[in-house]
Write a protein that binds this ligand. Structure first.
Ligand SMILES: [Zn+2]
Ligand SMILES: [Zn+2]
Length: 339
């Protein structure tokens, strides 16, 4: 996850929020209510949603209504980074509902990213239940110092490796990396140790490495150079400028753009998007965080990918269908083939 500024640390403490609430309508926007397909998998005491996003920001209430469904895309794309296990808004979108809404607008597949042991186990289980979902597993860089302080980092990393081996539905190791924005200097050593171990895991088991990089561009690349860049490496929620994009591309990385690329103050990101070759571009939500404009701050979900992709096509001056087709193929290449 790339917690945006709306998410204080306290909201990210692991913990259950009780039994999941049934899916409700998308809110007052008049969007269709997700219909639960009969016979769709149900949760039965399994982990998740693992966290709830807070609904207040700086003393003021966020708008937690779900944005309306956008126009469908002309060709299917994949949301390659999503946290279906994190609840937000006035209802939790269970995987079946999230997939149904997303596929109704052309977002037909999802990479579900688990960020701690519980979330990673949930991601594997969910990927095994839904053909449209594959999983990434890791201890998030902002979790690593906490786990390490409890003396559990080595055991945690061993459990992540066990999960990687537990199912062919696990396509990625991540999100891992460095976050100097949310974790202070005292957490850097644990982050680096965890990142190095995840890079090695990706190499050892030929999995895609999904990197979380926040305010740590140079150190992320230095560690990749030191440990070797895995064959398939994704810079999730790419947050650099054109120069950093080139340095990532030089190493064979894929750049995954999130709703942040639509933000007014994100010209650097748009510059990076413009110089990226068509075959290295991915799109993601990082849902429930980072909803694209004009829905910034509201609950994000995979069905909002078309809003981001349309903005990306406009920035690049690219035909929308061409971009969608490329993203779909790129995602398969980046995550080890079709699913
Ligand atoms: Zn992230
Ligand atoms: Zn994420």
């Amino acid at each position: 996850m790339t917690d945006d500024a709306l998410v204080p640390d306290s909201s990210r403490a692991p913990g259950r929020s009780g039994s999941p609430r049934p899916s409700e309508s998308l809110g007052p926007s008049g969007s269709p209510e997700p219909r639960r397909p009969s016979g769709s998998p149900r949760r039965s005491g399994s982990p998740g949603p693992s966290r709830s996003r807070v609904t207040e920001q700086g003393g003021g209430k966020r708008d937690i209504s779900r944005p309306p469904l956008p126009e469908p895309l002309p060709a299917p794309v994949v949301d390659n980074h999503c946290h279906l296990d994190i609840e937000d808004g006035n209802s939790w979108l269970d995987p079946a509902s999230a997939l149904e809404l997303a596929s109704s607008v052309g977002v037909t597949r999802i990479v579900q990213i688990g960020c701690d042991l519980q979330g990673a186990a949930w991601a594997v289980k969910t990927a095994e239940e839904f053909d449209a979902i594959v999983a990434g597993v890791a201890i998030h860089p902002n979790e690593a110092p906490r786990v390490d302080a409890d003396g559990g980092l080595d055991a945690g990393l061993a459990e992540i490796e066990r999960l990687v081996l537990s199912s062919p539905r696990v396509r990625a190791v991540g999100e891992t990396g460095l976050d100097y924005f949310r974790t202070g200097v005292d957490g850097v050593a644990a982050q680096r140790r965890s990142f190095a171990a995840h890079i090695e895991l990706a190499h050892r088991h030929d999995k895609t490495l999904v990197i979380h990089d926040r305010n740590a561009h140079d150190d992320v690349l230095a560690m990749l150079d030191e440990h070797g860049v895995p064959e398939r490496t994704v810079l999730h929620c790419f947050s650099g400028d054109a120069d950093f994009a080139r340095r990532c591309l030089d190493r064979g990385g894929y750049l995954s753009f999130a709703g942040t690329v639509t933000f007014k103050n994100a010209q650097d990101l748009r510059d990076a998007l413009v110089i990226a070759p068509l075959d290295r571009i991915l799109v993601e939500t990082d849902a429930p965080f980072l909803a694209p404009m004009p829905f910034r701050g509201r609950p994000n979900a995979s069905y909002l990918i078309p809003t981001t992709v349309r903005a990306m096509a406009e920035v690049r001056g690219e035909d929308l269908e061409v971009l969608c087709t490329a993203i779909n193929a790129n995602t398969e290449n980046a995550f080890g083939g079709r699913w």
